[in-house]
Design a protein around this ligand. Structure first.
Ligand SMILES: NC(=O)CC[C@H](N)C(=O)O
Length: 258
């Protein structure tokens, strides 16, 4: 199977590196990880990671490259994981979007507050509980731990207004030290920072910036299960991947923050 990482902008190289390590740790020997910049490249993939970066910028490049409709179709069928800006881009609705509006892929039934935790200077790290039911196989093969280090960089959050939409599962919920004022007298005391709906996984934090490869292993497992279940059969990988016009250098060992 072939896992693509959207490589238009943002932290895609770290994802490529972690996905390769995670596939090796899980023993998924047929996993190929590639950078995706065009619809032609996208259609050669069985699953996709949308990295963090800047959601407005990513949307702008996608529109210029006529990628948005291809991404929407892809998300209807295949496993996709969005981190941070990727999560914003995948949400059906957002709060605090760019003035004048910003385009979204919009396939996941969640409401995301775009810069919920504040500006770049309000970026932070914290320890969170690993959602154990989802990590059983990952724990067995990669090794585990009851907690993981979550890095939030000008991060968004999922607003949990009432019951989650059909099929949406909140995997990680962050209790706030202080309730956040949301305007019109409304306050929020907890937000979801990881969620899943069908084939789509989102995290507000950046596992690719830590040495922990378990979230990547979880996604490789979701992608592999999707292929094994015959829903994709990995046939996208049979297509020859077009040669990239601008190949990037290999970065074997990226610096890690924690
Ligand atoms: N680290 C990130 O991806 C930041 C995302 C940023 N808040 C946005 O609007 O895109």
């Amino acid at each position: 199977m072939r896992i693509g990482v959207l490589a238009l902008q943002g932290g895609f190289a770290e994802h490529v590196s972690h996905l390769r390590k995670a596939a090796a740790a899980l023993g998924v020997s047929d996993a190929e990880v590639v950078e995706v910049r065009t619809s032609e490249e996208l259609h050669c993939c069985d699953s996709l990671v949308i990295p963090g970066g800047e959601s407005t910028c990513m949307a702008h490049i996608c529109t210029t490259n006529d990628l948005l409709r291809h991404l929407r179709e892809f998300c209807d069928e295949k496993p996709v994981w969005g981190t941070c800006a990727g999560m914003i881009f995948l949400a059906k609705s957002i709060q605090g979007g760019k003035k004048g509006g910003q385009l979204l892929i919009g396939n996941m039934d969640i409401t995301v507050n775009r810069n919920f935790f504040g500006n770049q200077v309000h970026s932070f790290e914290t320890s969170m509980q690993t959602p154990s039911t989802h990590f059983a196989e990952v724990d067995a093969k990669v090794g585990g731990g009851e907690s993981f280090r979550a890095v939030f960089i000008r991060a968004p959050a999922i607003i949990m207004d009432g019951e989650p939409a059909d099929g949406v599962e909140y995997l990680s919920v962050l209790r706030l030290d202080q309730a956040a004022q949301m305007g019109e007298g409304r306050t929020v005391s907890e937000v979801a920072v990881a969620a899943k709906q069908g084939n789509i996984l989102v995290t507000a934090f950046h596992p690719e910036l830590t040495s922990d490869i378990r979230w990547h292993a979880l996604f490789v497992q979701i992608a592999r299960d999707h292929c094994v279940a015959g829903k994709g059969k990995g046939e996208a990988k049979q297509k020859a991947f077009p040669k990239s016009a601008l190949p990037l250098v290999e970065i074997p060992d990226l610096p890690i923050l924690c």
